[in-house]
Design a protein. Structure first.
Length: 279
């Protein structure tokens, strides 16, 4: 039986902005989109504002902008903790020194490695398979430093960090999630990317909030948004038309207006956009 596919009630050309998550949504190849995806999105840049919205470091997003032909356009980094337009900082909020100290105390007994991010700096204390994956996936080189001294350096320079990436085995990540539960929503927000990875951002930020800052409330209603993970839910739910990719988490699919027939590995977003333009 043919799969039913939902399409927006208005033609896609009426949407002023298209908002895209990267990992698990647009990126078929972990570090890159397919050539077909870059080429197709390049044809849309004169029809819509194309907005990349990711938990990534800015340097891990700019090369995608360049390949599409929108380098310098607004983009949402670190799940909305940092918004940039070219080199201009539109919005920035960091995890404070006191929150960093609290997290450190809560996790001190666990075997967990930290990745610390501020603007275009990514700091780690030691090399690992996970660090090498991140290095490849984002095409970004880390800086090396002991965690506590790096926290002090980044607090002194930037007032805090935009993102913490916790890395460890499944058991330690389970324990870290439990330990940080009292902080969720109060001084920070976090989500689990996979069994071995937790990403932490300052409280009060998110992709929905970040897109609203860039486009305004009305602009959000004139936007179509694509995503796959928990950190995409609020944006997909609030946008004019929210689309989950086939490989998205069940909860993301349940709140989306539509689900792509194909996964990110098969260019599900590009396939869906092509079908929308064929409507």
């Amino acid at each position: 039986m043919a799969q039913h596919i939902n399409f927006p009630h208005k033609h896609i050309s009426a949407f002023k902005a298209l908002c895209f998550d990267l990992d698990g949504t647009l990126l078929a190849l972990k570090s890159h989109m397919t050539p077909k995806a870059y080429d197709f999105l390049g044809t849309l840049k004169s029809k819509h504002q194309l907005l990349l919205c990711s938990a990534r470091i800015p340097s891990g997003m700019r090369y995608h902008q360049e390949s599409i032909g929108i380098l310098g356009a607004p983009m949402l980094c670190y799940n909305g903790a940092l918004s940039l337009e070219g080199e201009r900082v539109v919005y920035s909020k960091t995890i404070t020194e006191s929150a960093l100290e609290t997290i450190s105390l809560l996790l001190d007994h666990l075997d967990v490695d930290w990745g610390l991010y501020a603007f275009d700096q990514w700091w780690v204390s030691k090399d690992s398979e996970r660090v090498q994956k991140e290095r490849y996936n984002t095409q970004t080189e880390p800086l090396w430093g002991e965690t506590r001294s790096t926290i002090k350096r980044l607090v002194d320079e930037f007032g805090g960090v935009h993102k913490i990436m916790l890395m460890g085995d499944k058991n330690n990540m389970d324990l870290a999630m439990e330990a940080m539960a009292p902080l969720q929503g109060a001084s920070l927000v976090y989500f689990r990317s996979n069994d071995t990875l937790i990403e932490i951002a300052p409280s009060g930020v998110g992709k929905k909030e970040g897109v609203t800052q860039l486009l305004g409330d009305h602009g959000l209603l004139d936007a179509m948004a694509f995503g796959d993970n928990d950190n995409d839910i609020a944006l997909l739910d609030a946008s004019g038309w929210g689309v989950a990719v086939q490989n998205a988490k069940p909860l993301v699919k349940s709140i989306a207006d539509a689900v792509t027939p194909l996964s990110c590995a098969d260019d599900g977003v590009i396939d869906y956009l092509n079908m929308c333009y064929g409507q």
